[in-house]
Design a protein around this ligand. Structure first.
Ligand code: FMN
Length: 145
């Protein structure tokens, strides 16, 4: 059964990377140029932190995530969104993940703070295993349509 990959962005503080590396499945860091300029080979899940800048008009979506989502093939194959944030940011908590979910019509699968707790890691593994099984049961997309 295919293991649905997670594409994530993590800054130099590396909190999201720490979380992703505990998942025991294919994970790719969009901070790496060759990853953010690549094209996916099937369904995938986005994991993004939110980064509020000083400028009130700026959104909180990391530039590398925007870059990756510029490719229509990547946008089409994204099946869900996960977010890492910090509740200290109040109404901006998880804004990047929530904005992308709203704009794309894909569900938020998980939200956690910073690098997550062991419970968050276990929950993510469970959600992804369920997703792998669901995608395995679904019809592969036909080239004819
Ligand atoms: C400058 C800065 C801005 C942030 N803005 C937000 C925000 O708007 N909303 C939020 O939920 N978390 C915010 N956070 C928290 C980060 O999203 C969170 O710590 C995340 O785990 C960082 O992941 P990373 O270390 O892998 O980059 C911010 C953190 C920093 C340092």
């Amino acid at each position: 059964m295919r293991e649905t990959p997670i594409y994530y962005y993590s800054s130099s503080s590396g909190l999201v990377r720490t979380f992703a590396e505990h998942l025991q499945r294919p994970v790719f860091n969009l901070a790496e140029r060759e990853v953010r300029t690549s094209e996916v080979d099937g369904p995938w899940v986005l994991l993004t932190p939110s980064y509020k800048s000083g400028n009130a008009t700026n959104d909180t979506i990391p530039e590398a995530v925007k870059r990756f989502l510029r490719k229509p093939a990547n946008r089409r194959a994204m099946v869900g969104v996960m977010g890492s944030g910090n509740r200290n940011f109040g109404r901006y908590y998880q804004q990047a993940a929530r904005d992308i979910a709203r704009a794309s019509g894909r569900p938020i699968l998980l939200e956690f703070e910073l690098s997550g707790t062991p419970w968050d890691v276990a929950e993510c593994r469970r959600i992804m295993a369920d997703l792998d099984a669901a995608l395995d049961r679904s019809e592969p997309p036909s080239e004819a349509v």
